[in-house]
Design a protein around this ligand. Structure first.
Ligand code: FES
Ligand code: MG
Length: 619
């Protein structure tokens, strides 16, 4: 009986809700329940409180996470929502990840956070869980763990920060961090300016205020049905009262979920993910979301392996770019929020969506869109330009493009990704140029600004060894936005074709090819054998990414490279790839288990396919 959460008789164990959940009994269930109750009563709970549906609230507050600074307030509001609906709210911690305080990379720790989330949700007697996250890696980690744990979940994000102001212009983390740093490097901003700007780029708590990874993932959570549409759950600013009302409402919905027991593996279908990918393309979302989505999908037992990078590309061909936000466009998340946010966007996208997909309310996306009051903005307002109608998009299709591995000898197995909508010089979308190769971030830092660097505006900058395993910093560091060499920047060059096996911040722009797979660390990688002067041809429209070498030449270079790796003495053996079998701790686990970008850079044993399915998530 779903309604009976009662624990009033400690010797009864007729159902599996409330404190009886996940009860390890070791042979004497009534005694175990008796013990559990006596300990929880130490906190002062009454029998009445303990008889209610239990809603867990995951607390990812940390002093090192300004994107999550409002979490204590959010927890209060969620608890209010839970209690107004007659539930019992119990908050508990998991680890917290902020982009700037997670060495060597936050991505390296995403899978650890997903494990923490999965195991704590499984371990504790919760009937439903509110996952509070926000910063880039946190929401994907929570969803990965939530799907694997498969108890009812609902997401709550901390919300975007407000924009700041500098010399009369609005600025925000972190598109404007990069733009302005590039100006400082080129000498057009001086030291006083860049220092003053440092105070304004993140003027409030909350997640980065552009369509970076955090905002993208928040929008995708609504598209997936995991955050409500009736309130601005993706876009309400972190510091707004609207954000607190979203939190209260989330608590109320969590009680409903505790009763309905709608679990993520049932709620999320193929159609939910197709909707999410449609939204990803329409918002010109972060390239990082592609890696996260693949990891999330491959956690789902009946969807793993059925949606691939190819699906993302196919959907892109029919999905226009509608939302004019940085880095693809020019506005901030607060503008998207004020323009109607996800509700307005989904109304525009309606003809492209699968309206039968379920949402956390238990109703379908179509039912939600039909029943939630919605008034479009008057068309003559400034804000009406933020969300374009389907009939006059910002760009007709394909913000995010996947290179076809069959046509691309540079990424022959797993493909590669480019955010075409963020390209500054459109001519670079079809470009042939000679490679200037950097063997990792240290080499890049040492040579990129050298006056002797043999480079022109038509060169192709290639950065190796920033993939999932990488050379020294695992986790696909966001170094894919290779800076324009200083001598070219000073001549006014603002964009070049750049290629790597790493990621870039979702807030960055330029003609940047990312996630090249297999990564350079793999002795079988083609990216790993590209040399200075090789001709590279990139044709975004044709989905081709080629190095102009024959098969034989590539194989010969791989053989040479293997020989080189083998002949290196013990001292020279420093790379992650070569040392992965002997590494201890989480690092060793990561190095041995992480899969490639097209599979989500998850650990093989965490995927739905399990340890034996390693590599099978590739579509
Ligand atoms: Fe947390 Fe950008 S650093 S969202
Ligand atoms: Mg980011």
């Amino acid at each position: 009986d779903h309604k009976d959460y009662s624990l009033s008789h400690p010797l009864s164990s007729s159902h599996s809700y409330g404190l009886r959940q996940s009860l390890p009994s070791y042979g004497d269930p009534p005694f175990s329940l008796f013990m559990r109750k006596l300990f929880i009563k130490a906190l002062g709970f009454s029998e009445d409180a303990l008889s209610r549906p239990i809603v867990g609230i995951i607390n990812t507050y940390s002093s090192f996470n300004p994107c999550h600074a409002n979490i204590p307030q959010l927890i209060d509001a969620v608890k209010r929502g839970v209690q107004l609906q007659g539930g019992l709210a119990m908050d508990f911690p998991t680890i917290s990840l902020h982009e700037s305080f997670a060495a060597p990379t936050s991505m390296y720790l995403r899978n650890l956070m997903s494990m923490d989330t999965e195991e704590m949700v499984k371990a504790q007697p919760v009937d439903a869980v509110v996952l509070i996250g926000g910063c880039d890696k946190t929401t994907p980690a929570q969803l990965m763990g939530g799907i694997s744990a498969n108890k009812p979940i609902i997401h709550l994000v901390t919300g975007p920060m407000m924009p700041g102001s500098f010399q009369g212009v609005r600025v925000g983390a972190c598109t404007d961090c990069r733009n302005n740093w590039a100006k400082f490097r080129a000498g057009t901003l001086d030291i006083e300016d860049i220092a003053a700007l440092n105070d304004e780029l993140a003027p409030t708590s909350g997640t980065c205020g552009v369509m970076g990874t955090a905002s993208t993932m928040a929008c995708l959570l609504v598209a997936l049905g995991l955050m409500p549409l009736s309130l601005p759950s993706a876009t309400a600013p972190a510091v707004s009262s609207a954000r607190l009302r979203v939190a209260e409402h989330t608590g109320a919905l969590a009680v409903q979920l505790a009763k309905s027991q709608l679990k993520p593996q049932d709620l999320l279908t193929r159609e939910s993910f197709l909707n999410a990918i449609t939204v990803l393309q329409a918002i010109g979302g972060s390239t990082n979301a592609i890696v996260h989505l693949m990891a999330i999908i491959n956690r789902h037992p009946s969807l793993a392996g059925t949606i691939s990078l190819r699906t993302i590309d196919d959907i892109g061909r029919n999905t226009p770019l509608l939302v004019d936000l940085k880095p693809s466009g020019s506005n901030y998340m607060t503008d998207f929020h004020n323009a109607g946010g996800m509700l307005a966007l989904l109304h525009q996208l309606r003809p492209l969506l699968h309206l039968d997909a379920l949402t956390v309310t238990g109703r379908t996306l179509g039912e939600e869109l039909d029943s939630i009051p919605f008034r479009p903005l008057p068309s003559d307002t400034e804000l009406s330009r933020i969300i374009h109608p389907l009939s006059s998009p910002l760009h007709p299709c394909s913000s995010l493009i996947v290179f076809d591995p069959a046509k691309s000898n540079l990424c022959p197995l797993g493909g590669a990704v480019i955010k075409a909508s963020a390209s500054k010089y459109r001519r670079l979308l079809q470009h042939r140029g000679q490679a200037v190769v950097f063997h990792g971030p240290a080499d890049l830092a040492a040579r990129i600004d050298s006056p002797d660097l043999n480079v022109t505006a038509d060169s192709v900058l290639v950065l190796q060894h920033i993939g999932p395993i990488g050379l020294h910093s695992p986790g696909m560091p966001e170094a894919g936005l290779i800076p324009i060499p200083r001598k070219l920047a000073q001549q006014g060059v603002e964009d070049m074709l750049r290629i790597s096996d790493g990621r870039m911040s979702g807030t960055a722009g330029g003609t940047i090819v990312l996630h090249v797979s297999p990564e350079a660390a793999d002795p079988d990688s083609v990216l790993g054998v590209v040399r200075d002067g090789d001709w590279i041809f990139c044709d975004v429209e044709g989905r081709r990414l080629e190095v102009e070498l024959t098969k034989e030449e590539i194989e010969e270079r791989k053989r040479e490279r293997r020989k080189e790796m083998e002949s290196q003495g013990e001292e020279a053996k420093g790379s992650n790839w070569e040392r992965r079998e002997e590494m201890r701790g989480y690092r060793g686990l990561y190095m041995r288990e992480v899969n490639q970008a097209e599979e989500g850079a998850d650990f093989g044993f965490l995927t739905a396919a399990g340890p034996k399915g390693k590599g099978k998530g590739v579509g």
